[in-house]
Structures are given as structure tokens and as C-alpha cells.
Design a protein around this ligand. Sequence first.
Ligand code: GRF
Length: 214
Amino acid sequence: MNKMSEDIFLSPKKKGRIAIFLSGRGSNFKAIHDAIVAGFINADIVLVFSNKKEAPGIRIAQERNLETLYLNPKDFPSKEAYDKAIIEEIKKRNVDLICLAGYMKILTDLFCNSFKNKIINIHPALLPSFPGLHVQQKAIDWGVRYSGATVHFVTAEVDMGPIILQAAVPILQDDTEETLSERILKQEHKIYPEAVKLYFEGRLEVRGRRVFLR
Ligand code: GRF
């Protein structure tokens, strides 16, 4: 047994303070925020952070009167220095959970280890198949019959943390990257808010690689 398999973590039952990290369009951020506004998730979004100044998701956050923060990676001497600055901003705001929602920058080990069991991500494939980028096209090209979406905890190993929820979708014969992405995205918008809800209901128990729903 490796060390990871001995660790047990139970998510907190409380009104959560969430930070969203995004680099683009922000549809998953919107789905989570909509679910909060609808009273489905017991939490507030206390920060929407981006490494991209012009990310459409940042504009949406501003329209929704949420606090936003952009830090330019080029203003920092190293990836570690950049992530250190973000860690400070997160700690200042007493954030309970960081939701990566299309954040297109790999987090340093330092960052991941600073927020163990407090970072989750959505990935547009059924992990551990198809980690990385352009995974909808990769699933089509491989010829798999099903792909889908995965919400998982973030560890230093990219796309490999314990899996919280998954949703499968069929791959159709005439699918293109666009049509498959759209079908998967619909599922992303369901399972990401659901996972955040479960988190702050204190119902996610992580035992090694496995997440049990309590
Ligand atoms: C989604 O497909 C998500 O699975 C991946 O990045 C994309 C972000 O889309 N991690 P959006 O910005 O949430 O619309």
C-alpha cells in the first residue's frame, strides 16, 4: 500500500467559500454560480481568478458582481513565484474550495500540496482515459464508443486525482469534435455543480484513490 491509500479525508459540512479558476469561456463557472443562486449549493463564490486578462469568464463574473482577480504570469520570475502569489490571495480570502473551470495552466506541486483535497477540476473525458488537451477529438480518433465528463480532486499528477463523479455519453458515428464537445458539456454542467454540492454537504469521503459518497 502506498501512503496515499492510507489517507482519509471527509469534506466539510458548511457554507463554503469558493474560488473559481478559469482561462476562457466560463460556462462551468456559470453553471456552478447558477446553482448557488438557485439555492442548490450552500456556498458563495468569493473570487474568480484568471491567468488571462480577456477571459470571457472574467467578464461574466464582473457582470454578476463577483470579485475577480487577474495576475499576469509574465510579471513573475517563475511558475512557483506566480503560484505563491495566488496562494496568498486564496489564503487571504479563507477559501474552502478551488474549482478549476477551464483553467489552462498547470498548477505547480507547491500549489497542489498547499490545498490538498481542496481543489477540484472538470475534465471532458472519462478519466483515466484521455488526460490532457483536445480529448474529445482524441476519443473520436481512438474509436471508443463512450466518452464523457469527470469531476476529480486535483493532485500534483495532472488529471489523475481521485474521481468524484463521472457521466458517460455515447460517441456517434458522425460526431465531430464540436458535436461531441457539446454533448459532453451538457453533462459537465450537471455533474460539476452536483459535486460541489456534495462537497459542502460533507458527503465526500476520500480514501486513497476512491471517493465514497456518504
Ligand atoms: C471544459 O470542457 C472543461 O471540461 C475543460 O475546459 C473546458 C472549459 O469550458 N476543463 P468552460 O470555460 O467551462 O466553458
